[in-house]
Ligand binder design. Structure first.
Ligand SMILES: Nc1nc2c(c(=O)[nH]1)N[C@H]1C(S)=C(S)[C@@H](COP(=O)(O)O)O[C@H]1N2
Ligand SMILES: [Mo]
Length: 319
């Protein structure tokens, strides 16, 4: 565990380091393997609802920052298929039917397969990981996700030698998703990664959060999380995964190529035309809109794990 490195400078206070360490020691003493950190740390901070998803804490992926409340994580969302207001997804996503659900893995693979969601749930052991999450709009959260590395699914599919990219395609069903009748984006929502990025253990195939299966508004029943990139790279409610040899045309890049590139790595030195990326507002921080901004870290604080993927690349050009 490399906690001290992971803590944002602005957030280091003797109290929270002490408090966190004390809780970890207590955890270890209790021998609570399998009991989620989220449950131990903030059982009282939210009312649990929905269906439990058991997972083992993976302490390698741990951020000592205060967790964003369950309420904020599930009511302040971007999921344009259910409306463009932050409150829309929580209000509207109850119409999404998450069973039956399949994910087709296809393209340049030796083992294409239409996976039933319940088979995918069993492909690898479920882990709880605490990740920072940074939206390009300038806000951020800290979320205890549940899932396993995307690399498990990629390996099971056996990419061919020519494979270079991976494309994620979300459901776009106007019967379940009122937002796809509007033309804010070209549907279906499409995102992509270079295959070596997708193979990085940080890239998380995600099925739950806060000890439960994903609420619909957070991308049920399956989404990805790419914590060193802006939030929009993390496609929700995925129905198709395609392995290709060409860079996928991603929804945001197609709709506004001057604002969004393919890479979208969190980079405090390269501003979005409308939003500075130098600092961020932590949702739920004391003081609300007036809380002091915190500095955004290169690769959202995950440089040690991922900077090598971009060696020799001009990150102003490949934004
Ligand atoms: N299918 C789909 N996936 C999506 C989006 C979307 O509108 N549709 N929004 C993206 C953006 S901009 C962000 S910031 C995150 C928000 O995830 P959260 O609501 O779970 O925090 O989802 C990303 N994935
Ligand atoms: Mo976002």
């Amino acid at each position: 565990m490399k906690n001290t490195h992971d803590i944002l400078a602005s957030e280091i206070t003797p109290q929270n380091i002490f408090e966190k360490r004390r809780q970890l020691i207590k955890l270890a003493a209790m021998g609570v393997f399998g009991l989620s950190q989220a449950e131990v740390f903030s059982r009282s901070a939210f009312a649990q609802s929905g269906q439990k998803l058991p997972a083992k804490v993976n302490p390698q992926f741990f951020v000592a920052d205060k967790l964003t409340s369950y309420k904020d994580v599930t009511t302040y969302n971007n999921f344009y298929e259910f409306g463009t207001d932050k409150a829309d997804p929580a209000r509207n996503a109850h119409t999404l039917k998450t069973r039956p659900w399949t994910v087709s893995v296809e393209g340049l693979v030796n083992k294409p397969k239409v996976w039933d969601i319940d088979a995918l749930l069993k492909l690898a052991p479920m882990e709880e990981r605490i990740y920072r999450f940074r939206c390009v709009e300038g806000w951020s959260m800290v979320i205890p996700w549940i899932g396993y590395s995307l690399s498990h699914l990629i390996k099971a599919s056996e990419p061919q030698g020519s494979a270079k990219y991976i494309e994620f395609i979300s459901l776009a069903d106007p019967k379940q998703m009122p937002g796809v009748n509007s033309r804010v984006l070209n549907w279906p929502y499409t995102e992509g990664l270079r295959l070596d990025e997708a193979m990085n253990p940080l890239a998380l195939l995600t099925f739950g959060l806060y000890g439960e299966v994903l609420p619909n508004q957070n991308g049920a029943p399956i989404r990805i999380n790419v914590p060193w990139k802006y939030g929009f790279k993390s496609a929700k409610s995925i129905v198709k995964i395609r392995i290709t040899d060409k860079e996928p045309a991603t929804s945001w890049k197609v709709s506004a190529p001057y604002e969004y590139g393919f890479y979208s790595n969190v980079n405090p030195e390269v501003n979005h035309p409308r939003w500075s990326q130098a600092t961020e507002r932590r949702i739920g921080a004391e003081g609300g809109m007036f809380a002091p901004k915190i500095k955004t870290l290169p690769f959202n604080g995950y440089a040690e794990q991922v900077a090598h993927l971009y060696k020799g690349m001009d990150l102003r050009k490949f934004y």
